[in-house]
Design a protein around this ligand. Structure first.
Ligand SMILES: [Zn+2]
Length: 424
């Protein structure tokens, strides 16, 4: 069956590449992927699929078979603002597919079509392809508005899907992501960091900057003192956790002639260690409040949980690697990469054995205006073959799926997770 699926994917390669191009040229930001959804549904309906379920505003699912093992395939729908990209949507923040999520959709669509063609349902069990919205943590004003209106509960696709219980029946999930590293053909066992989004509002008191500085309280100075404190805290960062704290000043004062009354600094705390990430976040809150107090100002700190660190399921990575080796030498597979980037796949990976393997074939810089699809055959068709072959291995060997499940220990319960997300 694996040989047959390779042949089928070769036969449909032209159509897959065409679909990939169409999606790449149709970038939409998270929770707005309506045209993308329409294109994909048409493609899938032509192959005899029906939408099984819709969720998280723009997400949807198609499936083959029923029961268990139940294997989930993940394809992300959304684009990211990228000024100056040739296919950027000038009507919406220059959204462009510079993270190549469009390629995930084309690859996974061809995978499920090919699996149908080779009659995968002769094995017991089910395969579901989940098209997931809004992976990029961006366009927050729009998402907060949806949340305020009750149309959404969380600002990211997979988190909303976890809330809706969409993955409750799934035994394991296969996901893949384009990588910027051109030296390697594939990446396996890739980890991602998690993050907490922090907003610091330093509040002082305005007065004439030259004549009456003694009557003012300088919020910018309070912020500067905090920056020094944050710098001093960096020596407490644990190396192996790859902690980061970085941000931007989004309000820097009102006029030069007045003592700044209000300074807003927005930043991320990143880490591979969830417990230390929370601890570090608390340390920074503490430092900000007391630095402000030291100068007679005040600091209001608002935390928004971002994504949790992603820990891949090693046993599942090994299953995919076996199939990568049909297409490249072992030294062309990057192992155990620890990327300080983050994704909502981290949250899914807390509850379901999941991997996100990397595939090459893009040119330019990921998230950059020069990002483009360099090698369509390798990117679309070979990645699809690796995925489809792995699904066949898993479906034909339910004991293997059970071994993978047995190797997995959830880091926290769903109750603990939502309590963490909902903390004020
Ligand atoms: Zn991405």
């Amino acid at each position: 069956m694996k040989q047959k699926v390779i042949e089928v994917l070769d036969q449909m390669s032209e159509r897959t590449i065409k679909l990939g191009r169409t999606l790449f040229e149709t970038p939409e930001l998270g929770f707005k992927e309506f045209k993308t959804k329409e294109i994909l549904i048409k493609e899938l309906k032509d192959a005899g699929f029906e939408v099984e379920r819709e969720f998280a505003r723009t997400g949807f699912q198609v499936s083959l078979g029923s029961g268990h093992p139940h294997i989930g395939l993940i394809a992300e729908l959304d684009a990211i603002p990228t000024l100056g990209h040739p296919y950027a949507d000038l009507n919406d923040q220059s959204a462009a597919h510079t993270c190549a999520h469009s390629t995930q959709c084309a690859i996974m669509t061809s995978v499920i079509k090919a699996l149908k063609e080779v009659d995968i349902t002769q094995f017991p069990g089910k395969i579901s392809l989940f098209f997931t919205p809004a992976e990029e943590f961006t366009d927050m004003a729009f998402r907060r508005d949806l949340i305020a209106k009750g149309e959404l509960h969380y600002p990211a696709g997979k988190i909303e899907m976890l809330h809706e219980g969409i993955f409750d029946d799934v035994d394991l999930c296969l996901h893949l992501h384009a990588m910027g590293n051109d030296h390697y053909r594939f990446a396996s066992d890739s980890h991602l960091a998690g993050f907490i989004y922090k907003k610091f509002t330093f509040v002082g008191k305005a007065s004439h900057a030259a004549v009456l500085p003694h009557l003012g309280v300088n919020a910018l100075n309070a912020f500067a003192l905090f920056q020094s404190a944050a710098g001093m805290l960096r020596e407490t960062f644990v190396d192996e956790d790859k902690n980061r704290f970085h941000g931007i000043v989004t309000e820097g004062g009102q006029t030069v002639n007045s003592i700044p009354e209000r300074i807003v600094y927005e930043g991320y705390v990143r880490s591979f260690n969830t417990a230390n990430m929370k601890l570090l976040s608390e340390k920074l809150t503490h430092a900000a409040k007391h630095c402000a107090e030291a100068l007679g100002a005040e600091c209001i700190v608002e935390d928004t949980p971002g994504y949790l660190p992603f820990k891949p399921c090693h046993e599942l990575s090994l299953a995919v690697e076996e199939n990568m080796l049909h297409f490249c030498k072992p030294e062309k597979i990057l192992h155990d990469e620890k990327s300080v980037a983050a994704g909502d796949i981290g949250d899914l990976g807390m509850f379901v054995p999941t991997i996100q393997f990397g595939y090459g074939g893009v040119g330019g810089v990921i998230h950059g205006k020069n990002m483009f699809i360099q090698d369509e055959e390798r990117l679309y068709i070979e990645s699809a073959k690796v995925t489809a072959m792995t699904v066949i291995d898993l479906m034909s060997d339910p004991a293997k799926v059970q071994r993978i499940k047995d190797s997995f220990t959830p880091v926290m319960s769903k109750e603990e997770y939502f309590a963490y997300l909902n903390q004020k």
